[in-house]
Design a protein around this ligand. Structure first.
Ligand SMILES: Cc1cc2nc3c(=O)[nH]c(=O)nc-3n(C[C@H](O)[C@H](O)[C@H](O)COP(=O)(O)O)c2cc1C
Length: 354
């Protein structure tokens, strides 16, 4: 009872502060990234102060789930979109069962030109459009920092998302990280392949290259026993998704993540060259939910493969529906930045239902 009231109060305060930061810092000129940078700094201060204990919520004992050898105390996990330790730490405190680091590439990259992320309305709901272009500090930096003590202390699974322009690049990134993962005492790391890559020179990516994907999966499997998740775009055709699943069922300990952001044009959501530097970008937020739910049902009814449902999940009802349709885990991105205090509330309802 006390925890429910605390979550609701924190939720109200968080949403108020977030909206204030957005109104002050991202309206003139219109660029959400300035508000994100300020919000991350405020959060960092909060997370190193004793006030962080107000954010701590216990995960009820009866909602744990497994993905092969990985033990998640809650089925809710952070999707791959942040590598800022304070944010990831905050979401573990509020009760996520695990997390995934933002996609790492071989070389450091600034990503695309700003403005490259904006708030939008899509089908009447809140959403984001982004064309960040995978900014990353590169694999050398990542390999020296991903075993963060604060994050490992939760002893919950941690996903490492890998991207690249070619199979060889994915492999180089994987090999660099795996040399550290292999020797780590923490055994709850898993890999996620982000195969819907926006940065390729020839416009092609691994989701169109089944032969390349299979080579990569087999080479990874030869060198490690960690769970491998493949994250697909909701823009994939049914045929393409089925081919990916056929590849996955033939490799040990694999899962599919449905899915990434959906491509939309900037113009279709009222943005222009001044407010969005690219012609289009990836939609995230509640507008994706129907598609996520349909895709979970489609894959669960055709393949025996664990599913992570990601895209537009924001409420207990959404979580319950995708779990009923066959998902093992539920990934969240947008909802974590809008209101992370939904997490303890969803955990508590999942527990009451059991
Ligand atoms: C700002 C931003 C950055 C993202 N970066 C990545 C990324 O690096 N790798 C990845 O696989 N997905 C990335 N995503 C996609 C999310 O992981 C998630 O699949 C998508 O946002 C849909 O979930 P949501 O509706 O809960 O936000 C990003 C999304 C956003 C909004």
């Amino acid at each position: 009872m006390f925890n429910k009231a605390r979550a609701k109060l924190l939720s109200f305060n968080f949403k108020f502060i977030r909206r204030t930061v957005i109104v002050i810092f991202s309206r003139w000129p219109k660029d959400l990234e300035r508000a994100i940078t300020i919000g991350d700094s405020l959060n960092h201060i909060l997370m190193i102060s004793p006030l962080r204990y107000f954010f701590k919520f216990k995960i009820p004992k009866n909602i744990d789930t497994k993905l092969y050898n990985l033990s998640f105390p809650s089925p809710l996990i952070a999707a791959s979109f942040k590598d800022d330790i304070s944010s990831l730490y905050q979401w573990q405190l509020v009760g996520l069962g695990g997390m995934t680091y933002k996609t790492v590439l071989k070389r450091p990259s600034e990503g695309n030109k700003r403005p490259r992320i904006q708030e939008i309305k899509y089908n009447g709901g809140y959403g984001l459009i982004n064309s960040l272009g995978l900014p990353t500090k590169g694999v050398e930096y990542f390999a020296n920092h991903f075993q963060n003590k604060k994050l490992l202390s939760f002893n919950r699974p941690i996903g490492i998302s890998i991207g690249g322009n070619r199979v060889e690049e994915y492999l180089e990134v994987f090999n660099t990280i795996n040399s550290k993962v292999k020797n780590a005492s923490f055994d709850q790391f898993f890999y996620e392949l982000n195969i819907s890559c926006p940065n390729t020179d020839d416009g092609k990516c691994l989701s169109d290259d089944m032969e390349g994907l299979l080579i990569l999966l087999n080479k990874m499997r030869e060198s490690c026993s960690n769970v491998i998740v493949v994250k697909v775009s909701p823009d994939s055709t049914q045929d393409n998704m089925f081919k990916i699943c056929e590849a996955l069922v033939n490799v040990d300990r694999c899962a599919i993540n449905l899915g990434n952001t959906k491509y939309i044009t900037a113009e279709s959501v009222g943005l222009n060259k001044k407010t969005f530097s690219k012609d289009g970008g990836g939609l995230s937020g509640v507008g994706l939910f129907d598609m996520t739910s349909r895709n979970v049902e489609l894959i669960a009814s055709n393949f025996d493969i664990p599913i992570i449902a990601t895209g537009g999940i924001s409420t207990y009802k959404d979580v319950k529906l995708v779990l009923e349709k066959g998902a093992t885990l539920v990934g969240m991105a947008s909802q974590l930045v809008i209101d992370p205090f939904q997490i303890p509330q969803i955990n508590s309802k999942l527990s009451d239902e059991k």
